[in-house]
Design a binder for this molecule. Structure first.
Ligand code: SF4
Length: 294
């Protein structure tokens, strides 16, 4: 399971399609956390919109803004429209589903917990649809916040939604913690199947390989999470079948592959990649490993 996920690929395709049809195409935030791909997109007419872009300038007139796979808050979307941009929504349909769910629950008076990273664009976007939702990043966070809420309003109805790229075991731990405080909580499994499949494939790869490379940007949440999944599966006590002490390297490109991986120290090296890692980077890593091990 390598290369872009369906949501990221779709957003890139939409942006390129818009670029072929319009003078100027911007994206609300980077479409992908990879400088090389962003540069290629720029050459094809797709640029990241700067917050302070002068909307009166000729370059910005008649421009289209593509909303990336992570989505944005409805407030941010409204601001873009006020600035005169035309909007093309390339939010991933799975993220859109979480946004709608959060909105409906919030409007029905349910207090929504969002399990994920407070500063991640997807969580910020969903929170915009349920402004009274509470973001929890870990079990401690979940317990502390839930206990405070219980003291404030013991009768409150509670639900929890996960960031689509959260690891299943992290979500299970967070929702279990919330359930100890609110036994009647409704738990929605909004983890993306692409994420789940990729993480499960990585776990079985960790059983077979002697070392693991995770390819992707350090600023990509799902790449970091894959590295954490690999660390857990490859370390002693990392679960059934995990061999102790297998090294895991997170690399943004082939130049970052540690020397030990290139020297042939490990007979089998497994490679996995984040949902926003271009195929070219994975190919480049594979080529270098094969070349150095000839
Ligand atoms: S990881 Fe899943 S939810 Fe997130 S953008 Fe990709 S397909 Fe959509």
């Amino acid at each position: 399971m390598l290369g872009y996920c369906a949501g990221v690929r779709r957003a890139i395709d939409i942006a390129l399609r818009e670029a072929a049809a319009h003078q100027k195409v911007y994206t609300a935030g980077p479409l992908i956390h990879n400088p090389v791909v962003l540069e290629t997109l720029k050459m094809r007419g797709v640029e990241v919109l700067e917050e302070d872009a002068d909307t009166q300038s000729a370059a910005v007139q008649d421009a289209v803004v593509v909303i990336r796979a992570h989505g944005v808050t409805p407030q941010a979307e409204a601001r873009l429209k006020e600035r005169g941009f035309r909007i093309t929504d390339a939010s991933c349909p799975k993220v859109k589903k979480s946004q709608t769910l959060a909105k409906e629950l919030s409007q029905a008076g349910v207090r929504v917990f969002l399990a994920g990273e407070k500063r991640h664009a997807e969580i910020i976007g969903i929170q915009g649809y349920a402004p009274d939702s509470i973001v929890v990043e870990n079990v401690r966070d979940a317990l502390e916040t839930a206990l405070l809420l219980l003291a404030e309003d013991p009768a409150t109805k509670i639900a929890v939604i996960a960031q689509t790229t959260l690891a299943e075991e992290d979500y299970a731990a967070i929702s279990d913690a919330l359930q100890t405080v609110f036994p009647r909580i409704t738990i929605y499994n909004t983890i993306c199947s692409a994420t789940r499949t990729r993480q499960n494939a990585l776990r079985s790869l960790c059983e077979k390989a002697d070392a693991i490379i995770i390819a992707g940007g350090r600023n990509s949440a799902n790449t970091r999470r894959l590295a954490a999944v690999a660390e857990a599966a490859c370390s002693a006590g990392g679960g059934a079948g995990a061999a102790p002490g297998k090294p895991v390297a997170l690399v943004e490109n082939a130049r970052e592959i540690p020397e030990a991986f290139l020297r042939g120290t490990y007979a089998t090296i497994g490679i996995s990649a984040g949902a926003s890692t271009p195929d070219e980077i994975v190919d480049e890593i594979e080529r270098l490993l094969l070349w150095r091990r000839r």
